[in-house]
Design a protein around this ligand. Structure first.
Ligand SMILES: [Zn+2]
Length: 339
């Protein structure tokens, strides 16, 4: 069992204090439709960053960026859909409202709050134990963005009005092409086996990112490697740079669409050398990785999902009571101070 192999880096139960155990996932994220990652709001250009092309290749190129927020927000929302369905989003003590993202009243009690953290609220904050980095495209942004000029449709749903006159109103929109690869490293700190399964489920069950409609934003995630250790892996940027060098070395043309096989081979080869880095203790073998994904799939299956999520939710009970007690004490102290 591969979960057992990760045991030294998993927490047996949730604890309030960090103990420096890390599980790390290397993820390939591939756009499956036109996708839009803008900086903020519409009208802004697609998120990109000028960085060094490779580690050896020191040319500067623009790379598309999938920011931390663009990765984590949809994944959290996905997990919370299931929590909502199982009535596992708790109510906030302040105003009795159900836990919701991006409000200043998180419930501080649900799986999502315990794992991904919360900032606002009353009694202290919970730091996120899911650490992400900006993910970068493997090849230059200039290859990956296209512009589309769309004639605005008339109400009859066509480009021509009832008199056969062509539409002249134009909308230009920039989009990321389908088949674009981002490489990403996600670090989980002091998580339990069930929390690991929960995060893996969120990542593999999320299929829409960025600006979402029925037609845009489709992405697929694949976990390429899993590590355990006491230190962080090299960054997402270092990984794409090393892959860029490797593709050049084998003479693979760095252009869109990039075939997935040489990309997978290069990535797996590079990450397999990471075991020798300080603080990285082990990497799951291909078989073990497959078992881990199958194990997570099983827990998320229709048959086991309820039991799994209920069990994970219950695992925080003593901490909920502890927080509740502290809150009550504080309130009483406040009361007696005011006389
Ligand atoms: Zn919550």
């Amino acid at each position: 069992m591969s979960i057992e192999k990760l045991q030294p880096f998993l927490a047996p139960t949730y604890e309030n204090f960090p103990k420096g155990r890390m599980i790390e996932l290397v993820i390939l994220r591939t756009t499956k439709s036109e996708t839009i990652f803008r900086t903020e709001g519409s009208g802004e250009p697609m998120s990109s960053e000028f960085v060094q092309a490779g580690i050896k290749d020191t040319n500067i190129i623009p790379r598309l960026v999938m920011t931390k927020r663009k990765q984590v927000a949809p994944e959290r929302r996905r997990g919370r859909e299931f929590l909502r369905a199982q009535n596992l989003l708790h109510t906030n003590d302040k105003n009795n409202s159900i836990c919701s993202l991006n409000t200043n009243a998180p419930c501080e009690k649900c799986i999502d709050c315990f794992l991904y953290g919360f900032a606002a609220g009353g009694e202290g904050a919970q730091k996120s134990r899911v650490w992400t980095e900006d993910a970068f495209s493997v090849i230059p942004a200039t290859e990956l963005i296209a512009d589309r000029t769309i004639n605005a449709l008339f109400e009859n749903g066509t480009m021509r009005d009832v008199n056969g006159k062509a539409s002249t109103a134009l909308n230009t929109s920039e989009y990321i092409k389908p088949g674009v690869h981002f490489l990403d490293v996600v670090t989980l700190k002091d998580v339990t086996a069930d929390e690991l399964r929960y995060v893996i489920g969120n990542i593999l069950l999320t299929s829409r990112y960025g600006a979402v409609s029925s037609r845009v934003g489709r992405m697929e995630n694949e976990i390429l490697a899993v590590f355990g250790g006491i230190a962080e892996l090299p960054s997402s940027l270092e990984l794409v740079q090393a892959v860029y060098d490797a593709l050049q070395k084998i003479g693979e043309p760095i252009e869109h669409p990039l075939p997935v096989d040489p990309l997978l081979t290069a990535t797996k080869e590079i990450v397999s050398t990471w075991k020798n880095k300080r603080g990285i203790s082990m990497q799951l073998s291909e078989d073990e990785l497959e078992n881990l994904i199958a194990d997570s799939d099983r827990h998320w299956s229709m048959e086991e999902q309820e039991t799994f999520l209920q069990r994970l939710d219950k695992s925080y009970e003593t901490f909920r009571q502890y927080r509740q007690k502290r809150k009550r004490k504080k309130l009483e102290a406040e009361k007696s101070r005011l006389g």
